[in-house]
Ligand binder design. Structure first.
Ligand code: FAD
Ligand code: DLZ
Ligand code: SF4
Length: 519
């Protein structure tokens, strides 16, 4: 057989990726391409683009060091066509190779395009499965078949059994599958959170930072103090650093938020898992080993493993089973424009301002900031799912549609009507106050329920439930909350609705002003 072109995408930077299996260095050429279509189909955070380009360039160097021919197309190469398809066509002609091997991508739109390449370009296309994950799409579909609602907890148990993770004689170690009840402590301000591992940019990263600063000047986000890992070796150091310094308290403070501490006790490995620099199985096994070594308590270890072996695999399964329809779902018929402050951070609500500031600086915010602050507000305010999804896809360096969309549309916005989550994760200001120290520095008063100084989350929470009663009133898990609403004095309900109407109208006005300024 003649040689093959092997396309490696920016989030497939694993030596074990299936497109590189059976590679023949004597005849095959690896193609990697920085293309404007991927940079701008949503205008990604500058830091995310810089991270990915630097990691791609380092990965290409590592392959070359093995004696593999890599054809690497840079964003500013004068003949760059700007698209994956265009670069495949140009490389096929350049190397006279008419067989393309590629691993399935992480986004439906790219897979749809790849499926057309065989007809559109002069190449025979072989699309291979992505074996980096711990659950295949077939295994997931098999588990999901016949279930009306999917629950992560049950899927996760199957994964624990399939991979024999934290199991003893067929039962979960410690006797319970889930230790979440121990993982909801408010922040302890007396503890010094260990600083994250950071890597000074080398010459490759410096070049990329200049390129992105120039070509993506109008994208959201900052490039200053770039410190992401950009090689597999560095990513392994981040994992090791997490296991040593953060994992022991990961569980206890998993939901806690502290002003000026965006990293908390989280692992910060999502960037690397999703780009291929780390494999999920190695993160799971490293945590399991820490249990056997007695290095960290079970609530931390089980909680961390559940995020990867449970949630990460679960959302991927849902994405591939439900696309393309999932992207268009809007069960709550939410129709408000995304407030402009999601981009500027200019809001008096300190919890949102803090979370947006971390996002702008680092292309990172941890799960509870995403879910219970940024997501919760969009849910309560009734923001359009397509705009919330676009924002979350743009701003985080770990965001790819397969993982972002189910989290936003399913977990946060309940846009799928309860397929992924049994009820919306809606909460008022009391939750944010309990889990953070944000409220002390806020212009709003978290203890106040109504009036111009009241925390907007307080009245928006009840207004959300009132507004959505026709769609949520029958949800068994909201029964108690709706019964409390029914016991509220009519004047209180009217006050809530009036406060919410004024606040939401002011949001709409701000968005309209901004829209006017941009035209
Ligand atoms: P840790 O808290 O240390 O968790 C360890 C790992 O578990 C993460 O790196 C991640 O791989 C996995 N994980 C944890 N929670 C989830 C989850 N809900 N879904 C999938 N994997 C999970 N995660 C992404 O990887 N990309 C996204 O685009 C993304 N968008 C999100 C949007 C919203 C609205 C919400 C609520 C969550 C989103 N998540 C996303 C999940 C989660 O917030 C991030 O994975 C996590 O914050 C990444 O930081 P970390 O690596 O420090 O994670
Ligand atoms: C996110 C991204 C960006 C910004 N740029 C590139 C690129 O220039 N070249 C590339 O191969 N991949 C890039 N990516 C990642 C792709 O968007 C990702 O591979 C697809 O969305 C499929 O998951
Ligand atoms: Fe957020 Fe309300 Fe607390 Fe302000 S008072 S930080 S808006 S929860």
């Amino acid at each position: 057989m003649s040689g093959a072109l092997r396309l490696v995408l920016g989030d497939q930077l694993a030596r074990s990726i299936t497109s590189l299996a059976d590679l023949d260095p004597a005849r095959d050429v690896v193609l990697m391409a920085e293309v404007m279509d991927e940079v701008t189909y949503v205008k990604h955070h500058k830091r995310k683009i810089a991270f990915l380009f630097s990691a791609m360039r380092h990965f290409a160097e590592a392959l070359r060091a093995e004696g593999i021919t890599v054809d690497y197309v840079r964003l500013d190469d004068p003949d760059n066509s700007g698209s994956f398809g265009g670069e495949v066509a140009r490389a096929a002609a350049r190397h006279d190779l008419h067989r393309l091997v590629v691993t399935e991508p992480g986004e439906y739109r790219v897979l749809a395009a790849m499926r057309d390449w065989q007809d559109q370009l002069d190449v025979a296309v072989e699309i291979r499965g992505d074996e980096r994950f711990m659950c295949t799409p077939e295994r997931f579909a098999d588990w999901a078949s016949g279930r009306k609602q999917l629950r992560m907890d049950f899927f996760y148990r199957e994964m624990r059994r399939d991979h024999d993770v934290l199991m003893e004689d067929g039962a979960p170690v410690g006797g319970k599958w889930n230790y979440d009840a121990d993982n909801r402590q408010p922040p302890d301000l007396s503890l010094a959170v260990p600083p994250p591992l950071s890597f000074a940019p080398d010459a490759i990263t410096d070049d990329v930072l200049i390129l992105v600063g120039k070509r993506c000047a109008d994208h959201f986000g900052a490039l200053a103090d770039f410190g992401f890992a950009v090689t597999r070796d560095q990513a392994l150091q981040v994992l090791d650093h997490f296991i040593t310094h953060r994992l022991p308290l990961f569980g206890t403070y998993q939901d806690a938020m502290i002003e000026g501490e965006p990293w908390m006790y989280h692992s910060h490995i999502g960037f690397y898992l999703n780009a291929g620099l780390l494999l999920p199985a190695e993160a799971v096994r490293a945590a399991e080993a820490a249990w056997h070594d007695g290095h960290a308590p079970l609530n931390a270890i089980e909680g961390f493993i559940r995020q990867i072996l449970g949630w990460r695999e679960f959302v991927r399964g849902i994405y591939w089973m439900k696309m393309p329809d999932y992207a268009g779902m809007n069960f709550l018929e939410a129709d408000r424009t995304l407030p402009d402050f999601y981009w500027t951070g200019e809001t008096g609500m300190n919890c949102l301002a803090q979370s947006i500031d971390a996002t702008r600086r680092y292309a990172y915010a941890h799960h509870i900031q995403r879910l219970m602050v940024l997501g919760n507000f969009a849910l309560l305010a009734g923001v359009r799912p397509d705009q919330v999804n676009e924002w979350f896809l743009v701003v985080y360096a770990d965001a790819y549609e397969w993982v972002e969309l189910p989290n936003v549309s399913g977990m946060v916005l309940f846009a799928d009507g309860g397929y992924l989550a049994s009820k919306p994760y809606a909460a008022g200001g009391a939750y944010i106050n309990r889990m953070s120290n944000y409220c002390g520095n806020c212009r709003y008063k978290v203890a106040q329920k109504t009036g111009p100084d009241a925390c907007p989350f307080n009245y928006l929470y009840w207004d959300f439930l009132i507004r959505n009663r026709p769609r949520l009133g029958n949800n068994a898990r909201l029964g108690m909350i709706y019964r409390s609403l029914d016991k509220m004095a009519p004047e209180r309900v009217a006050g809530i609705e009036a406060d919410a109407a004024v606040f939401l109208a002011s949001l709409d006005e701000m968005s309209a002003d901004e829209h006017g300024r941009q035209q």
